[in-house]
Design a protein around this ligand. Structure first.
Ligand SMILES: NC(=O)C1=CN([C@@H]2O[C@H](COP(=O)(O)OP(=O)(O)OC[C@H]3O[C@@H](n4cnc5c(N)ncnc54)[C@H](O)[C@@H]3O)[C@@H](O)[C@H]2O)C=CC1
Ligand SMILES: O=C(O)[C@@H]1CCC=N1
Length: 274
């Protein structure tokens, strides 16, 4: 089975690393294309056997599973080039937050699904949200989910939950990194050396994740184990409990509004072209 990646930015590259590092396929089974050649060449310097395609059409010809990893507003240009009619043995896999499956199923003659991956999955950990279009059959669904489960955990859910789940799983790594960096930055403001603070923050984030996983702790158990009764962690947690909720509510609102804007813009530009 050959894998195609159209768009080798952050996410396309993560998928390439994940497929190769988790031994889902060999580098010579992967065909990639990108608008600018430099990003592809960097990937080729790491995986010399990977195939650089001349254009997106070549990826479609060579690969069986084709992951589209461009930004939503670039999608119309991809379909302009490749057409929208694909044989039944190909699976078109959109990583984009828009357009939705109903539109893709009506535009594309062929099999399509949506995934919402996470950049963390190159490590074999993290979450992939999955929703299948109506022409994907059961055996293909199982094969896809088996593959995605080797890149962390795959959750087949209705795409109407992609936004709120994606705030945890796909945007989450950035939000969590921001919060951890904020702890470090405040410590820096209080006089701790910058590189020490950042190193400490990263190591603590890693240790926290490993502890949660290895000891199968719930978040609440983790908090309770750290927060000695009457101690300073408990004092800090009280501040979070008092002040964090409205900020997180604003964050969910902001991602939802941005998603709406992107969906409107993509729908308009698709309608202009098709
Ligand atoms: N970065 C992330 O963690 C996640 C991203 N996504 C989705 O993945 C998609 C890509 O996101 P990123 O990788 O972050 O963006 P990016 O901007 O890093 O990468 C997009 C790539 O597509 C290429 N491209 C643009 N037009 C093209 C065309 N016509 N043909 C071939 N290549 C073309 C660009 O040169 C660029 O390398 C977006 O739709 C995003 O919503 C989904 C979940 C997580
Ligand atoms: O920021 C974005 O729009 C994409 C989707 C989730 C992560 N990156």
């Amino acid at each position: 089975m050959n894998i195609g990646i159209i768009g080798t930015g952050s996410l396309g590259r993560m998928l390439i690393e994940g497929f190769i590092e988790q031994k889902i396929c060999q580098p010579d089974q992967i065909y990639i294309s990108n608008r600018t050649i430099e990003k592809m060449q960097k990937i080729k310097s790491i995986y010399p056997l990977i195939n650089l395609a001349d254009n997106n059409k070549c990826v479609l010809e060579k690969a069986d599973w084709i992951f589209i990893c461009v930004k939503p507003l670039d999608l119309p240009f991809v379909f302009q080039e490749t057409g929208t009619s694909f044989p039944d043995n190909k699976l078109i896999i959109s990583t984009l937050l828009a357009p939705g499956l109903e539109y893709l199923d009506s535009l594309i003659k062929g099999k399509v699904l949506r995934i919402y991956p996470s950049i963390t999955q190159s490590t074999g950990h993290g979450v992939m949200l999955v929703a299948f279009g109506k022409r994907v059959i059961e055996t293909e669904k199982r094969e896809l989910l088996d593959c995605f489960n080797r890149l962390g955990k795959a959750f087949e859910i209705s795409e109407r939950y992609f936004r709120i789940a994606g705030d945890i799983t796909s945007c989450g790594p950035a939000f969590m990194a921001y919060m951890t960096a904020s702890l470090a930055n405040t410590a820096i403001e209080h006089g701790l050396d910058k590189s020490l603070a950042l190193d400490m923050a990263g190591e603590t984030m890693l240790g926290t994740a490993l502890l949660l996983k290895e000891k199968q702790l719930s978040f609440e158990q983790m908090i309770n184990q750290v927060a000695t009764p009457g101690g300073c962690t408990a004092a800090g947690v009280q501040i979070l409990a008092r002040d964090l909720s409205p900020i997180i509510a604003d964050l969910f609102q902001a991602t939802r509004e941005k998603e709406k804007e992107i969906i409107n813009n993509v729908t308009e530009s698709m309608q202009n072209l098709f």
